[in-house]
Every structure is written in C-alpha cells, then in structure tokens.
Design a protein around this ligand. Sequence first.
Ligand code: GLC
Length: 735
Amino acid sequence: MEKTQLEELLSKMSLEDKIAQLLQISGGYYEEDDMLTGPANLYSITEKVVYNLGSVINTIGARQTKSVQKRYLEHSNHKIPLLFMADIINGLKTIFPIPLGLACSFDMVLIKKTAETAAREAAVSGQHVTFSPMVDLVRDARWGRVLESSGEDTFLNCQYASAMVEGYQGESFDSGENIAACVKHFAAYGAAVAGREYNTVDMSERVLREDYLPAYKAAVDAGCEMVMTSFNVVDGIPASANKKLLKDILRGEWGFDKVIISDASAIQEIVAHGVAEDEKEAARLAIEASVDIDMMSPVYVNHLKELIEEGSISEQAIDKAVLRILELKNKFGLFEHPFGAADEEKEKQVILCKEHRTLAREAAAKACVLLKNEGFLPLGETKKIALIGPYADNKDLLGIWAVHGNREDTVTLKTAMEERLPKELLKTAKGSKIVEDTKRIQSFGSIFELEEDYSDKEVLQKEAMEAAKEADCIVLALGEHFLQGGEGGSRGDITIPEPQIQLYRSLKTLGKPIAVLLFNGRPLDLSAIEDADAVLECWFPGTEGGHGIADVLFGTVNPSGKLTMSFPYCTGQVPVYYNELKTGRPYKKEFENTRFGSKYTDIPNEPRYPFGYGLSYTTFTYHNLQLDKNQLNKRDCIHATVEVENTGAYDGEETVQLYIQDCVGSAARPVKELKGFQKVFLKKGEKKQIAFEIKEEMLRFYTASMEYKSEKGRFLIFVGTNSSDCIMCEFELKE
Ligand code: GLC
C-alpha cells in the first residue's frame, strides 16, 4: 500500500478500532477452540477488540500463524492483518549460544550470521518481529538476564547491536527470509540495583549517555524497526512513561519515528511504581510518552477512549501510533499477502537444516572461553576419560530464552564424545544433581515442565568415583540450572551449586587431572574449583553444544573466546568491570599494605578473570607498539601498529584489543576503554603486524558541561590480549 492509502484506511477506522491496534496479547488464545476464554477473561476485553487488535506474541509456525491470521481476518472490521512477534533471542529452532557466550567470539560476521539464520527460520514460521537484540549493558553478575546481553563494554555492545539488527533485517522484508528487530530494554535495565530483578535503576545522565544508551542508538542507527521500553525507572520515571527518554532522546535526538512497544504489562506497572494513581492515568502517561503498543495489558483498550472523549489526550496521538503500526505491517506487504512468508514446505527444508546446525556448532566452539589450562587440554584420543557431572549428558544446553527451541534436538557432550572415542576409552556418570532442590527456581511456571530429580546423592557420587578410578583423566561438566538465570533469575550467591562442589571435592581426592567445563549464564565465583587443571567456560552453548565443545576439547578448534563480562572473585566484589574510574586513591601494588587506598582488605581489586580475557592452546606475544606520530588533531589520525606473534605449538586465532585512556578530562575518565579490536589467525611461529587508526572522534565523551566532545591533552594507548595484559604508549590531542 502507498502511505496515502494507509492514511485513508486510518480515516475510516473507528476510535475503538484504532485503539485495538495498540494492544498485543499472546497468540495462544487464538489457538484455543474457544479463543475468548483467554483475553476476554484475562483482560476483560470484548470479542470486538480481540478480532481487531494489532499484534500477537509467541504464536510460532507457518500452519499456526496462517490459521490464526485467517480466523482473525474473517472477523476483523477492516481486514488489517495481525503482526506476529516472538522472543527469538538465540535462534528459533536452531539454537545458538546465549548472547553472553556468542559475544565472547568477538566475531561480528559470525554474530550477524546467527541472526540471519534465526530470521530465516522465523520468517518461514510466520514471524514478523523478534524481541531482540537485548543490548542492556551489564556489570552485575547477580542479575539473571546478563545471559541475554553482550556484556559490560559499550563499544562491543554497539558492534553486537548493529550486527544483530543487520542480520535479522537484511536489505528488505520482501526476501521472505528477514524479520524486524526490536531492540530492548530501553533503557538501562541491566543496572538494576544489587542485580535484583525488576529493581530500581538510578544513575547520572552522564553515565546513562556515556555507558548505557549507545548500544540502543547503534541498533536504531542500523535501522531497527522497533524499540521496547524497560520495566525500570530512569531518573525516577518508569521508562514507559518517560517523555525525556522516549520523546526527547529516542524520537527527538535520534530521529526514531517507528514503533515503540512496552515490555509485558509495563504500562500497567506504572501504577505499581506509584507514578500513576490508576490505569487510566497510566494510559495517559504512556501514550503521551509515545509508546505505541501496550504489550499484554488492557490499559490502552480500557482507558484511551475515555481520555480522548474527556479531552485529556488528543486523538492525533492515537492516529500517530496506529499509523506507525500500519506502516510496519505494510513493510511486510501484509495487506496484499496477509500470510507473509509463512510456508510449511520451506519450514521443513529450513528448520534445523545441516547448514544451520553447522553454524551452531561453529558458534558453540567460538563462544567457549579457555579460563585455565595447566597443559591438560586439548585431550588426546588415546586416554581413558571419565566424563562426569550433571551436564555430561544433559540436553538442557539451550538457555532459558530458547522458548521455541526443542531440547530433544540438542547434541549432548556425551553424544559428541562417543562419536570420537571407542567405548573402552569413555566412562560417563552424572555424579550429582545440578541443585539441591528446584522449588525457588521452579516458579517459572508451565513453559518448562521440570522433572524433579530424585536421584540418590550417595549413589550418584559412588558411580562417579568408580568411573573416575578407571580413567586417566576427568572431564567434569558442571554449571547452573538453566532456570537459575534469565528473567526472574537473580542470585544473591553466584557460586557453583553445592551438590556439584561436593562432587568436585570428592573427585579431587583421586589425584587425577580434572578439566572443569562450565555451563552457566553468568560470571560465577569459581573459588571452589580454582585448583582444577583446566577450566573451559561453555555457557549454554545451544543445539550443537556437545559437538562444538568436543571440537574444542580435542583440539579440532583452538579456543579463541574472550570474556565480555568480568568474573569476580566472589559475590562481594560485584559489580566489577574493567572500565572503572580512577578514584582519588587509585590502588597501586606498591601501596598494597597501606590502609587508605581504594581496595578491599580480603580480596584483590581486579576480578579473577577480566574483560577481554581468554586463553588459547597456543601463546601470543605482543611487540613493538608504534605510533606514526604522537600528536593528533581533529583533521587527521594516528596509525598505531603492533606485532603479534604465535609463539606456541598450535595455529590459533587471537583477538587483538585496543584500549585508550584519557589521562585528564573535565569529568573523570575510565582507566581504559575498548576502542577497537581485530581478530587475527596466526599459524604456529607466524608473526603479523596489526594496524589501528586513532581518530579524534574516538576520544569524545560527555564533558563537565555535558557537551559530547573531545578535550585536548594526554592519552594512553593500550594494546593487548585482554583488558589487563597490554603494552602501552602515549600521544597528545592538540586541540
Ligand atoms: C518479558 C521480557 C522481554 C520479553 C517480553 C515478551 O517480560 O522482559 O524481554 O521480550 O516479556 O516475552
């Protein structure tokens, strides 16, 4: 349709029909025989609204979406097709590593491919929009949703955001292989105080703009079709009612004139925040802040008409919201082809096809981060191996947000190792439960039916010890229960669950080499296993997790992942992140025994493993960091070069990282900030020169007067293998 036709359609719609377009409910209700049992009861809305609302969430499948669309259009007043939206966070059916793991690849080409693959499977399954990428910057490992993010660094999060949006959306929705991206959660949900779910967020505008907003803007600049508001307040105002955030910054400064959707019931929750007396007031605040879609709450459909009739809001505000939604539908050609790209035949060819599984296997391997290795890995294929632990043969490798994935499609670590090793060289035992009991995490409800694990602890331990006694070495697959993270998954204690620590301690008494593999969705306190011979962080690795991890374990793939979120020594060190400010008493090693420095009395300041950290089976050394000049001005750039050499026994890939410190600013500046990275493959013994360009715009920040610009002065450049281990030099910005 042309825009004029959309405007003509709008002009024919009644006020009720327009308001109904602003509601999104679960598509599940349309799939029931008597669909009105759902929304009519839950939202106390009429059948007329149900047949004229704008979009549904989490109805997946070509057949299902066609059936719902057909039934809906038969009753719809203006034959305006539904939009189908879903949480496609790390894949639809072919599941990739959780985002916190995938980001550790630092491989934007790979990351974009995973989004393209997810989009291909989603489009043929009738989806139009995914509620992804989530780009909330995270610094607190207690928060369960860190697993959905790409970590603690603004620069990397921006790169990740762009890659994901470009991967999902491609060049056009006419391709039948692309879906619209919805960046979330706008804004700064990752800064929930104490990592407690849905808790308050409170920060200066400087920190908000400097650290938290850029990744959302990167998604918008990449052409993201939607933005989702977050549950939290920003400067005391709930995001869904926050005019400064939505109208001044998102729509005003960034020029975003597309659809804003609230998070689930977030408009209704403005009342719970105590910022609206009742739902009618909440409706007014949200529509005035230009939130277009009310997800999973009846506030708009129950109160907007009254607000217009009493003159509290203008009908024009509704018209704008409806037009944005109609324009998005039009981009998919839904008025002409209401079933869109939904195609049962293509579904069969595309879903979980070999090409997709191969990519998932590559991603699982590249997400792995080698944290420790005392010469133990890679494993040979002649040793007797005891594969032990609750993740040895566990299909729950998809992560909590793989709501449309199927655990039965997962390749477990045991399956993958059995493909490589003769039976006599592999013994497997579960060894322990994941957690003692699942009551407090079971509250996720019916989406994940949890089989209660009644295994006997002593029996499990005995089987493990027997398997281990016959082996030359132990591969111990430990981790969090997948329900210990994700939404509603905050933890006050981020240690490995107790039953598994007990298992580790028992096995340790055998004096055999132990490689611990971790399956988790957040940085953990690894004190209990710090004397393991090797530690490989595997995250929740997805459908091909077993294959990808086995590729790393046996050296088919040399691990190259780098942490995007710091691993603290203990929960008490949280939040810990690399790009902190200096403070007035910066910690210095030589003052270790003085009392009055910015430090703890019982743990180091640095995390156990810092941002950018990750080992390889080989070693890389950095030499000769050189600048072609040591003065910079706004018109030109400095060329920095460094030599990186593979000094070990394996070919491998290194992520060369570039950090910059602004030594003096009108506002305090971080000790260093990531400003670039390059991946380089080096054969053993090979050396390459890596070049970076340093430009003035890389040095801009929010000054004391909140202007976004650079300030002349001294700068330090750090280049290295992680945020802590770098070589350094200096330059000056002249004006
Ligand atoms: C949830 C999440 C959000 C998700 C939405 C729809 O509460 O906060 O990330 O996209 O609801 O499921």
